[in-house]
Design a protein around this ligand. Structure first.
Ligand SMILES: *Cc1c(COP(=O)(O)O)cnc(C)c1O
Length: 431
């Protein structure tokens, strides 16, 4: 395959944009390649500016559950352009959108729209602190909740008390109130509550971790988080920016039958435009301005174009509940195919799958914790990624990301992917 135009575009981009990209993972750095630049995409296929076509398993990192440029959600968008794209005063579609989310997610009575997942989690934490009148929050190693300061923390070596910022520019005073616990480790949460029980405002968790590959939370772990927060008058925040409307129509809350106090959304609910949202019990949500004292605002929040794309996406998901069975069926097909390859090549690799979400790890399982996942062989993944790319399959350009499937991925796409995955694994593992 020829990547000449992409390489030129990348050189040019690097002159004007830091690293040539507007979000780091796009630089393909962790697989040691230059990024491909995209010309267009439709359905499950994405085309780069050199004219190469790929089956896309990035799907914009989650929003495109209906595939690229879905005709049904685009329909009507031109009329909105003609009528005006942003007013700064309310529109009815914002209510329609909120109503859809409230009806889909039983733990959500009211919801506030924002412009990204980062904004949703950041605002949810502010709200949780205000509501509980407490300071500290618990997050888990390997969970990603966007790039706000207080969440860019990893656990310090051996100690629970002091987290370390994962980025310069994050002041230690800002993260002082973030406690980092271990995913799927009840004891680590117990310890945190023993030490700070009176001051923990909230636990924020990805109910299925989608930012360290795909790692399922034990049901007992999630139930424990619900119980301990209830007992201590802290809030439980589900970050469903990936899982919302993907794991099921009602998200992880529905699948695990757990009602968090606040849920954060993003990705799918924007249908490919910049959207996030946070919602929960009315009593909590009513603390937000203008009703309450907790300030949170947004010039473009609830923007009509974004609301249209999100609303149409959710409407299609609601009208076609079979979509979720189908996504899972395709994910199972991939899972089984990968597992066959792993067995027949006799290699150390692991597939994690939760419903329609899955990830192929280049390492021996079980991949059930952050420490375990981090043992994956990223060099092997880089080779695998490159070999797949050269065969027209776009996998996430990083080991610790899940595959994103859409309604538009056909059985033929999956079969082709599996056929090439065999060859790519063979090369990556030198078999
Ligand atoms: C993507 C993501 C975010 C951040 O969303 P942005 O729109 O990129 O700011 C937050 N939480 C989770 C779980 C995510 O996957």
């Amino acid at each position: 395959m020829n990547f000449k135009k992409s390489q030129q575009a990348f050189s040019e981009a690097k002159r004007y944009i830091p690293g040539g990209v507007n979000s780091p993972v796009r630089a393909f750095k962790s697989v040691g390649l230059d990024p491909i630049f995209i010309e267009k995409a439709k359905g499950s296929k994405i085309f780069d500016i050199d004219g190469n076509c790929y089956i896309d398993y990035i799907c914009s990192w989650g929003p495109l559950i209906l595939g690229h440029s879905n005709d049904r959600i685009i329909k009507g968008i031109e009329e909105i352009f003609a009528k005006g794209t942003s007013y700064g005063v309310p529109t009815e579609i914002e209510t329609s959108m909120a109503k859809k989310i409230v009806e889909a997610v039983p733990s959500v009575d009211k919801v506030r729209m924002v412009n990204s997942g980062t904004e949703a989690t950041m605002s949810a934490l502010r709200l949780a602190r205000a509501y509980t009148n407490k300071n500290k929050i618990i997050k888990f190693g390997g969970c990603y909740h966007g790039h706000s300061d207080g969440l860019l923390v990893k656990s310090g070596s051996g100690t629970l008390t002091y987290g370390i910022p994962t980025s310069p520019g994050v002041n230690s005073t800002v993260i002082e109130d973030t406690i980092v616990c271990e995913y799927n480790n009840i004891d680590s949460v117990k310890k945190a509550f023993r030490e700070y029980s009176n001051d923990i405002a909230a636990i924020i968790v990805e109910p299925v971790a989608g930012n360290m590959g795909v790692v399922e939370a034990d049901l007992d772990f999630l139930k424990y988080l619900r119980d301990i927060t209830n007992e201590n008058k802290s809030l439980l925040i589900f970050d469903e920016v990936i899982t919302g409307f993907r794991l099921a129509y009602g998200g992880a809350g529905e699948v695990y039958d757990i009602k968090p106090d606040i849920t954060c959304f993003g990705k799918i609910i924007g249908g490919g435009l910049p959207v996030g949202a946070y919602g929960g019990k009315a009593e909590i949500m009513d603390m937000i301005a203008p009703l309450g004292p907790v300030y949170q605002a947004g010039t473009l929040s609830g923007n009509p174009l974004a609301m249209h794309m999100g609303y149409k996406t959710i409407e299609i998901l609601e009208e076609n509940p079979k979509i979720y069975e189908e996504l899972e069926r395709k994910a199972v097909k991939l899972e089984e195919g990968f597992k066959e390859h792993i067995a027949s090549l006799d290699i150390k690799a692991t597939v994690n799958r939760v419903k329609g979400m899955l990830c192929l790890f280049m390492g021996e399982g079980p991949m059930d914790s952050y420490d375990q996942v981090m043992k994956s062989d990223t060099d092997k993944y880089s080779i695998f990624f490159r070999e797949m790319l050269n065969r027209g399959i776009l996998f996430p350009p990083a080991q610790f990301e899940g595959l994103f499937l859409s309604t538009e991925h056909s059985d033929e796409d999956i079969e082709k992917t599996l056929e090439f995955a065999y060859e790519a694994l063979k090369i990556a593992y030198n078999k």
